[in-house]
Ligand binder design. Structure first.
Ligand code: 5AD
Ligand code: SF4
Length: 487
């Protein structure tokens, strides 16, 4: 079951067995598509041009992490030139896509539940095409069609380019499965269609080579590859011209970024030179890839926000080793010390998994003690969920769901207390807040983020989204700073 300290869901990904040749279709139910596909890379046919003429509505529902949200923006960017316009409800759509997550079983159950609802809608509107994209599509591939035979499309994270062509195919009777993983696919040439706002999410690398034993990501997202630095800087300059004030660089192990010439520190340093961009963030770095160069750039470049999400997973060396995380507790603790001494005011968050196979009471206690000692600003905490295809899947679970649940609750309670205490220390301080828009409540108030990525709400006083304002913190909760505009 998904568990995290504050709302939402984060995800991740896996790699297939016969790489690169698992193209369109495998099961007997699935009609094979011809190659090359119209509109896939470098092969545009007349047929696709006909599609461009008719505007059709596409509704995409996103599950999972920020990378999936960024992929949804990419999907809209891919579909738009083919005559598809985004729409905000399934009811108004010609094409409904669920862009999915496979990180934990619960994420997949939610999607199956939602499909169960949408099948009724599809029965009432037979012209509607229903598709599943992203990590769960890759994870289950043709098997999905046994559970959801009414799906028209199943498209994996490296096969998004095939989507316009699949949608253009006339024969709607058989589902189409497009799940080839492509170790060169970065979508560098596609311009995502972003929502309104002052923060733009930019995917700088895709895939993961780490193969932590619990994690499905390297199998569903494929091997690590980076977008060329020049393409990224061009993209960010356009974003700056469009009025975005903050960029968030995304990647499964974002600090492993390397395009053959430049590394992640280079990318950060160059981005900081783009005038109109006020703040730069990134997520998620891997502790083992946290180079001295990146720490130096964070320490010296004021535009790079003093906030780091540094997944720990476990505070026990025995468990870290079984997870094949590639670091020890001692290494991680020294890294935190180095980061905190180099970057004053640094806020830290983390990911924790409880109940990994073999986690004994002493191992959990070690995680608890470590979390208590580091004092993270916030944390995402999860019960271990066995994922078919991973190394750990073959290992016996040593805890019941109830026992995992109890450990989860224990650590959530600890972290809630720490988050509340850390936030309380900001009372009376004045924080720089980048205004995002209206707060959910109270009415008339605005909401934004501090440099440490904490949510602040405060009375409007004429400030606009994109403004940097000074907010004096009057009171706090575990998740929010409540203030007033002081200047
Ligand atoms: N079970 C529970 N949590 C998981 N995560 C990744 N795989 C699993 C799994 N099988 C968590 C990790 C990761 C975060 C994005 O999701 O903590 O950092
Ligand atoms: Fe998954 Fe580990 Fe890669 Fe993170 S580093 S995406 S946890 S395999």
């Amino acid at each position: 079951m998904r568990q995290r300290q504050k709302g939402g869901e984060r995800i991740f990904f896996f790699y297939p067995f016969p790489l690169l040749d698992n193209l369109i279709a495998k099961s007997s139910k699935v009609r094979k598509s011809t190659q090359p596909l119209p509109c896939s890379r470098g092969a545009v046919t007349k047929k696709s041009c006909v599609t461009v003429m008719n505007t059709r509505k596409v509704y995409i529902e996103t599950y999972g992490c920020q990378m999936n949200l960024a992929d949804t923006e990419l999907l809209v960017g891919l579909l738009k030139p083919h005559g598809y316009e985004p729409t905000k409800t399934a009811q108004t759509a010609d094409v409904i896509l669920l862009n999915t997550c496979a990180i934990r079983e619960h994420a997949e159950e939610r999607v199956l539940g939602r499909l169960g609802e949408l099948v009724h809608h599809k029965a009432r509107h037979p012209g509607v095409r229903l598709g599943l994209t992203g990590c769960m599509a890759q994870h289950h591939r043709d098997r999905l069609l046994d559970k959801a035979p009414y799906l028209d499309l199943v498209v994996g994270p490296d096969a998004y380019r095939t989507l316009p062509a699949l949608l253009a195919q006339d024969d709607k009777d058989e589902p189409l499965v497009s799940v080839r993983l492509d170790r060169d696919e970065t979508y560098a040439d596609i311009t995502p269609v972003r929502g309104e706002g002052i923060r733009a999410w930019v995917t700088v690398m895709r895939g993961c080579d780490k193969f932590c034993t619990f994690c499905i990501v390297p199998y569903v997202r494929g091997r690590e590859r980076s977008v060329p630095l020049t393409a990224l800087l061009d993209q960010v300059r356009v974003l700056a011209d469009q009025g975005y004030k903050e960029v968030v660089y995304l990647g499964q192990t974002v600090n492993a970024y390397r395009d053959g010439e430049y590394n992640f520190a280079d990318l950060l340093r160059r981005t900081a030179k783009i005038d109109e961009i006020e703040r730069i963030r990134f997520t998620s770095p891997h502790p083992a890839d946290m180079s001295e160069h990146v720490i130096e750039v964070m320490a010296t470049c004021t535009k790079i926000a003093p906030y780091l999400h540094l997944p720990l997973q476990s505070g026990s060396n025995k468990i870290l080793e079984r997870m094949e995380r590639g670091y020890t507790v001692e290494y991680y603790a020294a890294l935190v010390e180095r980061l905190r001494s180099a970057i004053p005011g640094l806020a830290l968050s983390t990911d924790i998994i409880v109940g990994f196979p073999g986690e004994e009471g002493a191992d959990f206690q070690a995680t608890y003690d470590f979390v208590a000692a580091v004092r993270y600003d916030s944390a995402f905490m999860f019960k271990y969920s066995a994922r078919e295809g991973t190394k750990a899947y073959k290992w016996n679970e040593t805890l019941s769901e109830d026992e995992k649940g109890q450990r989860l609750q224990t650590i959530i309670t600890l972290q809630e207390r720490i988050s509340a205490e850390i936030n309380r220390q900001t009372i009376g301080q004045t924080m720089e807040v980048l205004v995002e828009g209206p707060a959910k409540r109270p009415e008339g108030w605005l909401s934004g983020k501090t440099r440490q990525f904490k949510t602040a709400v405060f009375p409007g006083a004429g400030a606009q989204p994109g403004d940097l304002v000074s907010v004096r913190v009057a009171s706090t909760t575990a998740h929010t700073l409540i203030g007033e505009v002081s200047a």
